[in-house]
Design a binder for this molecule. Structure first.
Ligand SMILES: *Cc1c(COP(=O)(O)O)cnc(C)c1O
Length: 333
């Protein structure tokens, strides 16, 4: 199978499974797991933050982060297309009693700062208290312009807002822009990073920030059911990914570029964007269902839609990309 649905489908490699098997462990709810502690410390250090917290998923990591910043009745400003707002079951509102203030993302994934400024509520009993600005990088595979991140985070600070980054794919940003993790996280109070996407771990995210914020997030993690016991088995996979899978992401980006180029030669298709490990393709509505079936019969899995997202990852070779391109071409011939 050539699985283009997501980079979450990656299987743990043999080396990763071995590292998991050999990991020293303890009860992490008591803070006793040496492998979790090591992952938290290394993640924090590389991100230039005081502390880190290991959580089972990116959804919980974002939510614990938002809840560390915001009280009941506070508000966070977030992009209309942001994962935190759109794809996490409304957790901030449902479980955190935090009101989202979604704003339209520009085509490059940024939230225009004039919109942010206009959305900040005055201190008035009519309004929720605007507490936080949340950004996402990459967003739809796109790397946020570094100048925008610098401007947005300093603007938020000047308005007394805290800042959170959903950096589920921050690793792809590092590789695409040759930036250090500390540079990319610098302006943010908290950053959530996923190991279960292109990094190839079976599960796991780390939230980084100040000691005080991480202490608050750890409390919410327990409340949200994310306190795990011998979690070092999982943290070992994340540590292994940091050492062995990070620079490999470059290949995913090259494969996505190759895929976009190949599919771009098909007149019926239009490449709407290609950045890092994602390709977005406009597919004629009438072709969606038959194309999906045609591809599936040839061992190619997609989440077919008129705005098709194709994602490259480590369980895919250059030859697989050629096979996929050839299959699309065969359908449209
Ligand atoms: C995958 C993802 C998350 C977290 O997803 P989980 O499946 O809960 O780990 C958060 N933000 C973005 C942008 C993501 O792609």
């Amino acid at each position: 199978m050539i699985d283009l649905r997501s980079d979450t489908v990656t299987q743990p490699t043999a080396g990763m499974r071995k590292a998991m098997m050999e990991a020293p462990v303890g009860d992490d709810v008591f803070g006793d797991d040496p492998t979790v502690n090591r992952l938290q410390a290394i993640s924090a250090e590389r991100a230039g933050k005081e502390a880190g917290l290991f959580l089972p998923t990116g959804t919980q990591s974002n939510l614990a982060g938002l809840m560390a910043h915001c009280e009941r009745g506070d508000e966070y400003i977030v992009g209309q297309n942001a994962h935190t707002y759109k794809y996490e079951g409304g957790g901030a509102a449902v479980l955190g009693s935090i009101q989202p203030q979604p704003l339209a993302n520009a085509a490059d994934g940024t939230i225009p700062l004039d919109l942010v400024a206009a959305a900040i509520k005055p201190d008035d009993t009519h309004f929720a208290k605007t507490r936080l600005l949340a950004l996402e990088n990459t967003i739809g595979g796109k790397v946020l312009p570094a100048s925008y991140v610098a401007e947005a985070t300093s603007f938020a600070k000047s308005k007394g807002l805290a800042t959170h980054l959903d950096g589920a794919r921050i690793w792809n940003v590092m590789v695409a822009s040759n930036a250090s993790l500390a540079d990319l996280c610098g302006g943010f109070d908290t950053v959530s990073m996923c190991f279960s996407k292109g990094m190839g771990a079976p599960v796991g995210s780390v939230l980084v920030g100040s000691k005080e914020l991480i202490k608050r997030a750890a409390r919410w993690r327990k409340t949200l059911g994310g306190g795990m016991r011998q979690a070092g088995v999982l943290a070992a996979a994340c540590l292994y990914a940091l050492d062995h899978h990070l620079t490999r992401l470059r290949t995913d980006h090259e494969n996505a570029e190759k895929l976009a180029k190949g599919l771009g030669e098909i007149p019926a298709l239009k490449i709407t964007s290609q950045s890092t490990n994602m390709v977005f393709v406009a597919v004629p509505e009438k072709d969606c269902a038959p194309l999906a079936t045609f591809l599936k019969e040839r061992g190619i899995l997609t989440l077919m839609s008129p705005n098709l997202r194709l994602v490259t990852h480590g369980d895919m070779t250059v030859a697989d990309i050629d096979t996929a391109i050839a299959a699309f071409k065969a359908y449209f011939k």
